[in-house]
Design a binder for this molecule. Sequence first.
Ligand code: F1P
Length: 339
Amino acid sequence: GRLTEDTVLEASFGPKAASIFKQVRNIQIVACGTSYHAGMIAKYGFESVTRLPCNVEVASEFRYRRQVVQPNTLFVTISQSGETADTLAALRLAKEVGYAHTLAICNVPESSLVRESELSLMTRAGPEIGVASTKAFTTQLVAILLLLIVLARRNGLPRDMEAKVVEQLRQLPGMIEDVLKLDSKIEKLAENFADKHHALFLGRGMMYPVALEGALKLKEISYIHAEGYPAGELKHGPLALVDADVPIVAVAPNDKLLDKLKSNLQEVRARGGKLYVFADQHAGMSAGEGVTILEIAPVDIAISPIIYSVPLQLLAYHVALLKGTDVDQPRNLAKSVTV
Ligand code: F1P
């Protein structure tokens, strides 16, 4: 038969996908750990492009909260394994309390989460070898962009905007190859972290969850205490932590928040904090005393969270290697938290 848009949607997401997407008026995202950070990024994109209200919450809180269910809400879970106990319990609760539709973004087709959700979108990252989620995260971000296109189309996404996102996705593999070329520089940078006890990761907008994810990776595999912060919140507390012994990582794409971020970074520098900034080539950031810049080729905002996550993953990896920790099997952590 003829390949219609609806047929494609149903082949990708499951039966009834086309009519479900037409009805969606709200989005509720629930996930844990790294998958939660992917959900936070999704919220920025979904709200700004589709104009649908979107909430995001960690599953371990969502499942114990009394819910107010908005009509026509699409309940989205994100999970690498599809077996995370809190995420699964949240999905079951969502069905019980009457969320209209459920969708799992997941890496494992035969998982409980996929089986129990009405719709699913597979990330197809292949098995994660280590405990810490890395390629699962970047593929979740790609899946989120695809879902964003679908939802935005239903709500009138201009075709030129869609074409731009699709073009960015086509160029993504090459851009990631380019970022991976920073590996030896990042390996060198890691030497500034291996003997430290704390680190701060800063970003703004969609780069805030990217900063959270960078901090989580460092915690998980190198056991260095790391905090991710929205850079504008620094003055409300964490600035008190800053001294020469707390390295500060910032992610600085050339976006509309760049000037604000720069002034936040100046505040940090003024207090003796050493800065390591992954910055767009055209961000106008210059290296100097206590400021190291690693340049990233210009990228569109749609894929910047994907691109900027990769060097942060590499940083955590190299710090862990220097410290001699087990990058694949960190202490105290399980690949899939099923209890
Ligand atoms: C969620 C998660 C992972 C983390 C670790 C523990 O898992 O927090 O992000 O790396 O493996 O579980 P999932 O629901 O995405 O499988």
